[in-house]
Ligand binder design. Structure first.
Ligand code: GYE
Length: 325
């Protein structure tokens, strides 16, 4: 037994009443083993980002000695919760969870903890007023979404050629951490500039086709739009389709800016239709392996294992498109 196991057991058995304030030492321990049964509860597979992330977990399984149990909640937070339930019943050793939305997935985090299964949130987080790293789950592995939104805003301020920016914002999944934070990062910067106005902000659920539909509708209400900020590349590509259908020229009379770094977005930048995409890497498998092994060694894991992202523009899109997904 390592230190964490001993303290974890004491906290659970001897001081049951105070486990909720036990901090890192109250988390379930992870025993060192030859092989681990690892759960990865994906939220949906309707875009290249999600597919790349799932593939990254599968690709890591062999080298990290994982027997991977992977599920796909098909865009339903309720199904994602029940997928975690069934993984717990199957006796997984550790859980990697990208919570689709900040609040609905909290029961899954709590149940895994109660079942003694260490949980790592990957790529999205949960509401920190209710569940915290180091206490209810081990750590959040992911990007700084506020920073991403800020970078898009700063790039737009530097590169927008017109007098007054009329901005349409296509938000990600309502109630998800990247949608909340990408909005905050961008909107707070823009609020400091009188020549920039966000005239509409609506969810396209991080999906290409919904992004296209929402853009079509918003274009009718705001035909004078000259900047589109999408919270991810899929919606940006959908918006470009809607703009072109309406006879607009993305890249010329409308500046389209977004986040992720997908192959299609890098191609749109090369084609001059998109201005910038701030990277949000989906390749979590190797990082998940490394952090899990450190935890099994008894190391205390930082509450946020931050992924550093790059910025893709016309200056470097061609250089990076071959490694894109
Ligand atoms: O940007 C988006 C995906 O949670 C960081 O979710 C992730 C986001 C990513 O659907 O494309």
């Amino acid at each position: 037994m390592n230190r964490r196991t001993i303290l974890g057991t004491v906290a659970a058995v001897g001081f049951g009443m105070i486990t909720s304030v036990a901090g890192a030492d109250g988390l379930p321990a992870l025993e060192k083993k030859e092989r681990y049964k690892v759960g990865f509860a994906q939220m949906e597979s309707n875009n290249p980002w999600r597919i790349a992330e799932t593939k990254s977990f599968h690709d890591t399984a062999e080298s990290c000695n994982w027997d991977l149990v992977a599920t796909d909640a098909a865009g339903s937070a309720a199904k994602q919760v029940s997928d975690v339930d069934s993984m717990i019943a199957q006796g997984i050793d550790v859980l990697f969870l990208p919570p689709r939305e900040e609040k609905p997935l909290i029961p899954a985090v709590m149940k895994a903890r109660a079942a003694g299964i260490p949980t790592f949130l990957v790529d999205r987080s949960v509401d920190s007023n209710v569940a915290q790293a180091g206490e209810h789950y081990v750590s959040f592995l992911g990007s700084d979404f506020i920073w991403q939104g800020q970078q898009v805003a700063e790039w737009t301020l530097e590169n927008f050629k017109g007098e007054k920016g009329i901005i349409v914002e296509l938000e990600g999944t309502t109630g998800s951490s990247p949608a909340n934070d990408r909005r905050k990062g961008f909107d707070d910067v823009m609020a400091q500039h009188d020549n920039m106005e966000i005239v509409a902000s609506q969810s396209g659920d991080f999906a290409r086709d919904l992004g296209r539909q929402v853009m079509e509708t918003l274009l009718q209400a705001h035909p004078d739009v000259n900047i589109v900020y999408a919270h991810n590349d899929e919606m940006a590509i959908g918006a470009i389709q809607a703009l072109e259908l309406a006879g607009r020229k993305p890249g010329e009379d409308v500046l389209v800016v977004s986040i992720d770094g997908t192959r299609d977005a890098l191609q749109a930048i090369i084609d001059g239709k998109m201005g910038v995409t701030v990277e949000s890497s989906p390749f979590f498998g190797p990082l998940a392996c490394e952090v899990m092994n450190r935890y099994a060694e008894g190391e205390e894991i930082e509450p946020w294992v931050q992924v550093k992202d790059r910025i893709f523009t016309a200056d470097n899109a061609a250089e990076f498109i071959d490694e894109a997904y």
